[in-house]
Ligand binder design. Structure first.
Ligand SMILES: [Zn+2]
Length: 435
């Protein structure tokens, strides 16, 4: 595809008007103020009038199959939300339920300009199948909850991990990767956690873990582990010796932030989820100042309840200003970096997340003719504060168009919605009958 005379957010997120962007295969082959010498080789010419081309988004923390639980568990504190609602519902979910729910989650992400997600859940083969069919990218992990102090190899979930590292990591031409994971400190123990971290280290794969999401989690951790915070506990067991995606980090102190920065960890910030579950406000400005790679996630659909990263990007830029009474905190550039480049880096995809020649063609095109886009004093500011996911008209992943003008070329979205709705009804009836 050749984008003709289109405004772009360049690799510094500065807006450049009237650019030509040529996509060849899975990469951005050409960016220039003039048409490339050979326009024919790019195929379709896309008229850029009234459009903005920006990097597609990378969702750094999701639980895609939880789309089945959208609107199911509301107005509850985290522990009750998890134990009374989410876990019993999830106990009824089959592999096929996970497959269909992941397809729906992916369709929603594509609708709003997201091409890749770091997904912590179960039923990895079914999730991988969905991602492959969607044409998206994902870093998948399966999240052990392990209270008995024995190595992960003695838990049934290890079979799935071993199989996934063999057969799923690197699938779909590298679009799908598999990572190590424990669900969280409070759902694990030293022995199992250490064995997972050693496993990740031996295979040189990243880890994805819920960290310091709530105040009570941190207090409990300090009691269980001789005063150590979750970040200190993870460091002591070697979890930071590999690239770590620490989801949430709401209740981290200066010492924790220093540790995360020192080890080049990524914090997956989930502002909508943290507010909805009343977990608090993560100190993102401090983390950014300390040099932590802050990426952005939606978390699961029981605690958000949508996959529109534009909303999380808006919240990331807004919340610290209000919470810390300082309007200079978190710039639009920092917020969009978190939604795009930082997420790509968190997934180990160095050549993704920017509109730059030679990079993978992971792109979102926005219709910027709507009333909320006028005037354009600064395009990036409009994107972060006035833009919506619904402004996206085209989403491209590795050069393939996966969403365009209300259509998803890779999946039958009507069937997907039907399956998800039916399966939700089935699970709810099983729960009400106490099966
Ligand atoms: Zn989560």
């Amino acid at each position: 595809m050749l984008f003709k005379d289109i405004a772009i957010l360049d690799e510094n997120f500065d807006c450049q008007e009237h650019r030509w962007v040529g996509v060849l295969g899975d990469r951005i082959d050409y960016i220039g103020a003039q048409a490339p010498a050979d326009t024919e080789k790019y195929g379709e010419v896309y008229d850029g009038e009234g459009r903005l081309l920006m990097p597609a988004m990378y969702n750094a923390h999701s639980h895609a199959p939880m789309t089945l639980l959208r609107g199911y568990a509301e107005n509850l504190p985290l522990q009750a939300w998890l134990e009374q609602k989410c876990w019993p519902f999830e106990g009824k979910m089959t592999g096929e339920d996970n497959y269909w729910a992941t397809l729906l989650a992916g369709a929603e992400m594509l609708r709003y300009g997201t091409v890749s997600f770091s997904d912590m859940y179960y039923h990895t083969p079914e999730r991988a199948r969905a991602v492959e069919e969607l044409g998206m990218k994902a870093n998948l992990c399966t999240s052990p909850i392990a209270f008995e102090p024995k190595p992960i190899q003695e838990y049934p979930v290890f079979d799935e991990m071993a199989d996934a590292i063999e057969n799923i990591d690197g699938m779909a031409g590298g679009r799908i990767k598999f990572e190590g994971c424990i669900h969280a400190e409070y759902t694990n123990n030293d022995v199992t956690a250490k064995s997972v971290f050693d496993w990740a280290k031996e295979r040189n794969v990243p880890l994805h873990i819920h960290v310091s999401e709530t105040k009570s989690e941190v207090e409990g951790c300090r009691e269980r582990h001789g005063g150590k915070s979750p970040v200190q506990w993870l460091e002591s067991l070697g979890a930071l010796d590999v690239p770590l995606v620490a989801a949430h980090c709401v209740w981290v102190d200066d010492g924790d932030i220093e540790i995360l920065a020192k080890h080049n960890a990524t914090v997956a910030h989930n502002p909508a989820s943290n507010m909805k579950l009343s977990s608090g406000f993560a100190p993102v400005a401090k983390m950014l100042d300390a040099g932590v790679n802050v990426a952005l996630g939606t978390d699961g659909m029981a605690s958000n309840n949508n996959h529109d990263m534009f909303q999380d990007m808006y919240l990331m830029a807004m919340l610290p200003k209000g919470n810390e009474l300082d309007p200079t905190l978190v710039t639009p550039k920092q917020a969009i970096t978190a939604a795009t480049r930082a997420g790509a880096l968190a997934q180990g995809r160095e050549d993704c997340g920017l509109v730059k020649e030679g990079f993978k063609a992971d792109l979102a095109v926005l219709d910027v003719t709507g009333v909320s886009w006028c005037p354009v004093n600064d395009m990036l500011t409009n994107v972060v504060y006035a833009g919506h996911g619904s402004d996206v008209v085209l989403t491209m992943c590795d050069g393939a168009v996966l969403y365009r003008d209300g259509a998803w070329p890779t999946i039958d979205v009507g069937r997907v919605k039907f399956e998800v709705a039916e399966r939700t009804v089935r699970i709810q009836s099983e729960l009400s009958q106490g099966e």
